[in-house]
Design a binder for this molecule. Structure first.
Ligand SMILES: NS(=O)(=O)c1ccc(O)c(NC(=O)NCCCCO)c1
Ligand SMILES: [Zn+2]
Length: 258
């Protein structure tokens, strides 16, 4: 199975997932001066007030909070999107102690972590899995995390991490609204890309916010109590450095909101 180690990590994924060498892979290095300011790009709107979080889980690659996506109660719309995309889950990617951990980089500089809020096109596709394999199936909001003071609300999630220490563990996680994890500004870069983990489907319209949120080293350190391995496995592997490095931009341009 794939992972983030020397033998099963990002440089090996192409063997089982040849699309890893495709033309619209993610993440990328975003170069602000080369992004095309596009006046036709409107603001994005995040309609999360009616969202219903269900559970928090360790899937062996990250920690994921899942939402009830049985109707259009919580969606992202506007910006580069032609219709509303339904909120499905959010998860994080992070580094080891003090080293980089984001997936996208900005002019070659990485952040300590990156939050991905995943939405799917339920107007055109019947299921999330169908959407995840379609070129306009997913819209993922990328939010950078930089180190500084404690984040006021992140503790609501990090307090639950001890319940999902091992791969395959999950627990109820109700009443969490990801709006509390957004920065002040919704200015963004957008480009067409892919899932950053296998199966690496080229199905994502990326919307990467320019303004990071701030979390403390202590809070980010809580993520590293998680493990890649299941409880019954004898090899204990701390969950960290679960990020794919930037991929070739190929024939793409990155657009910038105003
Ligand atoms: N990082 S991402 O581009 O935002 C992203 C968004 C949605 C996804 O579905 C995946 N990948 C995924 O689900 N892979 C299946 C195996 C994982 C659980 O076993 C990655
Ligand atoms: Zn991700």
């Amino acid at each position: 199975h794939w992972g983030y180690g020397k033998e099963d990590g990002p440089s090996a994924w192409h063997r089982q997932y040849p699309v890893a060498k495709g033309n619209r892979q993610s993440p990328i290095d975003i170069i602000p001066n080369e992004a095309r300011r596009d006046s036709t790009l409107g603001p994005i709107f995040l309609k999360y007030d009616q969202c219903r979080s269900l559970n928090i889980a360790n899937n062996g690659h990250s920690v994921v909070v899942e939402f009830d996506d049985s109707d259009d109660r919580s969606v992202v719309l506007g910006g580069p999107l032609d219709n509303p995309y339904r909120l499905k889950q959010f998860h994080f990617h992070w580094g080891g102690k003090g080293c980089e951990g984001s997936e996208h980089t900005v002019a070659g500089v990485g952040y300590a972590s990156e939050l991905h809020v995943v939405h799917w096109n339920a107007v055109k596709y019947k299921t999330y899995n169908d959407a995840a394999a379609a070129p306009d199936g997913l819209a993922v909001l990328g939010i950078f995390l930089e180190l500084g003071d404690d984040h006021r609300w992140l503790h609501m999630m990090t307090d639950a991490l001890y319940m999902v220490k091992f791969k395959g563990s999950a627990t109820d996680f109700k009443g969490f609204n990801p709006k509390c994890l957004l920065p002040n500004s919704l200015h963004y870069w957008t480009y067409l890309g892919s899932l950053t983990t296998p199966p690496l489907h080229e199905s994502v319209t990326w919307i990467v916010l320019k303004e990071p949120i701030v979390v403390s080293e202590k809070q980010l350190g809580m993520f590293r109590m998680l493990q890649f391995n299941g409880e019954e496995e004898d090899q204990r592997m701390r969950m960290e450095n679960n990020f794919r490095p930037p991929q070739n931009l190929k024939e793409r341009i990155v657009r910038s909101s105003n």
